[in-house]
Design a protein around this ligand. Structure first.
Ligand code: PEP
Length: 250
């Protein structure tokens, strides 16, 4: 049985008071015990979020980490710092990092290494742009992202990773991939893992869907065999919506 995971990426949203309001509200809500819930706030809030949510068995994550271990890299956050304030997960290669900060697969591979070396579970994001899908190149693009970002890992490490398929055209747009489009890509990704490693390894790795996932469409998406949960942006900012998504597994 693979883990079911719902992770909420707050991106650059919320100030101190809003974080406190979110935390008081989410503590009151319930969700199935076989779902791992991960709140991914801006890094300045990780410690506070962890302190409040750890007793509720809700995990915390960071939105990015440096490819370097430590040192003179002003403004960067090392994986070991993130781990030291209680986070368990880190998102690597979100499409916004790729698009606005020029992060390439080669650098993302180094970030994955830093995450794993510091006991963080990387959530590695992949996904095609609209024009790439329209040109029929979506499988090729995702294959390259996965190969260059993840497939340098040995078997013991690839099983520590989570993958998030996030078609760029679905992120923050209100346009969700159809369950069929999502399932088709998740099967494709799982088959890449079978080819590179083996079936047993592929069965272990959670593959999340991300892109305008909300309480109205999560059930239909999560009903698919290869969709093991979601990476949620906008809908993760409201505790009720986020928890409603975690309650959407059948
Ligand atoms: C995301 O940013 O990872 C995401 C999926 O955003 P949204 O849910 O808002 O589309």
């Amino acid at each position: 049985m693979r883990k079911k995971i719902v992770a909420g990426n707050w991106k650059m949203n919320k100030v101190d008071g809003e974080v406190k309001t979110f935390l008081s509200a989410i503590k009151q809500l319930s969700y199935p015990s076989d779902v791992d819930l991960v709140v991914v706030p801006p890094a300045v809030f990780i410690k506070e979020v962890t302190n409040v949510l750890e007793p509720k068995k809700i995990y915390t994550g960071a939105q990015n980490c440096s490819e370097y271990e430590e040192g003179a890299y002003t403004g960067e956050l090392a994986a070991k710092m993130i781990r030291s304030v209680g986070a368990q997960y880190v998102i690597v290669g979100h499409s916004e990092r790729r698009a606005y900060f020029g992060e390439k697969n080669e650098v993302l591979a180094l970030k994955i290494d830093q995450a794993l070396a510091n006991n963080l579970t990387p959530i590695y994001c992949c996904g095609e742009k609209l024009e790439e899908r329209e040109a029929g190149n979506h499988f090729k693009i995702v294959e390259k992202q996965i190969e260059e970002g993840l497939f340098h890992l040995p078997i013991e490490e690839i099983t520590q990773c989570v993958i998030a398929y996030e078609p760029v055209w679905a992120i923050g747009t209100g346009v969700t991939a159809t369950p069929e489009q999502a399932q088709e890509m998740h099967v494709f990704i799982r088959n890449l893992i079978v080819k590179k490693y083996n079936q047993q390894i592929a069965e272990k790795i959670a593959i999340l869907y991300g892109g305008s996932c909300n309480p109205d469409n999560a059930k239909e998406l999560f009903a698919n065999l290869d969709i093991d949960g979601g990476l949620i942006g906008g809908a993760s900012l409201k505790p009720e919506e986020f928890i409603a998504i975690a309650n959407s597994f059948s």
